[in-house]
Design a protein around this ligand. Structure first.
Ligand SMILES: O=P(O)(O)OC[C@H]1O[C@H](O[C@H]2O[C@H](CO)[C@@H](O)[C@H](O)[C@H]2O)[C@H](O)[C@@H](O)[C@@H]1O
Length: 249
């Protein structure tokens, strides 16, 4: 497995949030943004002429709150919503989630430790505080999706999500790579979870690098240990891009 080399001024950075920029916490609201991360992302955004984006399962407004005052280009809810480099937000037409929410809430009301996270386009059922309920959560959400083509089931880290079919992190990164300032740049995508695999495939298909954060099988061709190693790589990248003699693109 290759260690990720540092980017040149022709790079575009795509960064997952949970498990990549911030460590995993017991609940979604309990994550801690490392000191120095926001100014570091702002520095990289400037150094790469704006070609830095967050690509996450979280809603865009939640990511903005954690990274305030920075408002980066951001794809949220696994690509269902995407804010481009000009600040324009593109959202998929809403899908009726009422049955999904009802099923997730009914299960959470019957079992201590389950948490329902209601997003705009998706619903996540978290079982981190009750890991013995994994299979029950999977079965319940799979049954709710049934064979309805408008939904897709995702199984992430201690979470089962139902999201709209047809968008994922790969489609979001592809869309960015067709627009300025990302176009014709070498994409680097860091992610830690199974839901990041579509993003690794696209980054590598466009001549860039997929970088898996932490353990687990992956199609990514590079790996780092965890969020602390991602932070260190970002710091080294910012220093290298600021070094005298780094050719601007
Ligand atoms: O695509 P990501 O940025 O990695 O987001 C994936 C999901 O992350 C959040 O859940 C995960 O992180 C929580 C906080 O560490 C953790 O408690 C949970 O077990 C993880 O699954 C977020 O809540 C979801 O909406 C995201 O889809």
């Amino acid at each position: 497995m290759q260690m990720p080399f540092l980017p040149g001024s022709d790079a575009a950075l795509f960064l997952d949030f949970d498990g990549t920029l911030v460590g995993i916490a017991e609940t979604p609201e309990a994550v801690k943004v490392p000191d120095g991360l926001v100014p570091l992302l702002a520095q990289l955004h400037d150094a790469l002429d704006g070609a830095v984006a967050i690509v996450s399962g979280r809603p865009v407004d939640v990511l903005d709150r954690f990274l305030a005052p920075l408002r980066l280009p951001t794809a949220g809810e696994h690509g269902a919503h995407r804010r481009d480099a000009e600040g324009q937000l593109m959202e998929r037409a809403p899908t009726d989630l009422s049955e999904v929410i009802a099923a997730a809430n009914a299960l959470a009301n019957r079992h201590t430790g389950l948490l329902v996270e209601r997003k705009q386009a998706a619903v996540a059922l978290h079982y981190r505080l009750a890991p013995e309920l994994e299979q029950l959560c999977l079965d319940t959400m799979a049954e709710t999706v049934g064979d309805r083509p408008e939904f897709e089931l995702l199984h992430g880290k201690c979470v089962v999500e139902i999201k709209p079919a047809g968008t994922n992190k790969g489609t979001a990164i592809t869309a960015y790579l067709k627009e300025p300032p990302f176009i014709d740049r070498k994409p680097f995508f860091f992610g830690d979870d199974t839901t990041d695999e579509s993003g690794f495939a696209v980054a590598q298909a466009f001549g860039g690098l997929g970088i898996k954060v932490g353990p687990g099988s992956t199609r990514a061709t590079a790996r780092v240990d965890g969020p602390a190693a991602v932070y260190e790589w970002l710091k080294q990248a910012a220093d290298a891009l600021a070094a005298p003699g780094t050719a601007p693109r």
